[in-house]
Design a protein. Structure first.
Length: 249
C-alpha cells in the first residue's frame, strides 16, 4: 500500500478491463487518478465503480487534436503529471484479405497515433521524475495468424518505449512497456459473435498458452504499479512480457 502515494496518474482506456483494474490498484496504492473512456456511458459507469475521487474524461483516443484537449484538462486538474499509463486501444483481428484502408487507419490511429500525440501533448506538464507505461502486446513478438495490423501497431508501441526512453530520460521521464498475452477482459467477448463461438475461441487460446489459462487484469495492473512506482527508478526502456509463456513457444 501507498507505493504511489501522492502521485498524479492518467490512465487512458480506464473504463474496463486492464485499465479499470489498474485504476483500482492505483487508488489502493495512494495515487490521484484520472481516466479516459470513449463513450459517455462507459465513463459514467466507471465513475460509479471507482467513486467521485477519480476524474473521468470522455476522449477520442485516435485523434491527435483530442490529445491536446485532454492534456489541457489534466493540467487544469493536476497541474503536473507523475504517471501515464497508455492503455486505450483496439484489438482488430481479421485475415489479411478482409482489411480495408479505413479499418487499417483506425487501428493505427487508436493504437499508435493517439498514444504518440498524447505523450507529445503532455510533455509540458510531466513532473520530474515521471513514468510512462505503454500497453503493448505479446503479438509484437509472435507470428499469430490474423493479427497482422494489430501486431504492427503494438510493435510500434514497443519501439516507442525504447526510443522515447532515450529522448526523454534527460527530462526525468522513464518509459517502459507491458506486453500482455491473452487476458480475461470484455475485449474477448467482441471477438466472437455467439456464446458458443466465444467458448470455442477461449478454449483454442488456452491450448496455446503454456500455463493453460487466460491472464487476469490484476496481473497486468501489478506490473504497471511497479513501473509507475519509485521501485523501478533504474528500469528504463524495458518491456515486461506477461503472457503465460506464450512467446517461448
Amino acid at each position: 500500500m501507498n507505493r504511489l502515494k501522492g502521485k498524479r496518474a492518467l490512465i487512458t482506456g480506464g473504463t474496463s478491463g486492464i485499465g479499470l483494474e489498474t485504476a483500482r490498484e492505483f487508488l489502493r496504492e495512494g495515487a490521484r487518478v484520472a481516466i479516459t473512456g470513449s463513450s459517455e456511458k462507459s465513463v459514467a459507469a466507471a465513475q460509479r465503480e471507482l467513486g467521485r475521487e477519480v476524474m473521468v474524461f470522455q476522449s477520442d483516443a485516435s485523434s491527435a487534436a483530442a490529445q491536446k484537449i485532454l492534456a489541457q484538462s489534466i493540467r487544469e486538474a493536476f497541474s503536473a503529471l507523475d504517471v501515464l499509463f497508455v492503455n486505450a486501444g483496439v484489438a482488430d483481428i481479421r485475415p489479411l484479405e478482409q482489411w480495408d484502408e479505413a479499418a487499417y487507419d483506425r487501428c493505427f490511429a487508436l493504437n499508435l497515433k493517439g498514444p504518440f500525440f498524447l505523450v507529445q501533448a503532455l510533455l509540458p506538464i510531466f513532473a520530474n521524475p515521471a513514468s510512462i507505461v505503454l500497453n503493448a502486446s505479446v503479438n509484437a513478438h509472435i507470428g499469430m495468424p490474423n493479427t497482422s495490423v494489430y501486431s504492427a501497431t503494438k510493435a510500434g508501441l514497443r519501439s516507442l518505449a525504447r526510443t522515447l526512453s532515450g529522448e526523454l530520460l534527460a527530462r526525468g521521464i522513464r518509459v517502459n512497456a507491458v506486453s500482455p498475452g491473452p487476458i480475461s477482459t470484455p475485449l474477448y467477448d467482441k471477438l466472437a459473435p455467439s456464446e458458443a463461438d466465444r467458448k470455442a475461441f477461449a478454449a483454442s487460446v488456452e491450448k496455446q498458452v503454456p500455463v493453460g489459462r487466460f491472464g487476469k487484469p490484476s496481473e497486468i495492473a501489478a506490473a504497471v504499479v511497479y513501473f509507475a512506482s519509485d521501485e523501478s527508478q533504474f528500469t528504463v526502456g524495458s518491456e515486461l512480457l506477461i503472457e503465460g509463456g506464450l512467446s517461448n513457444l
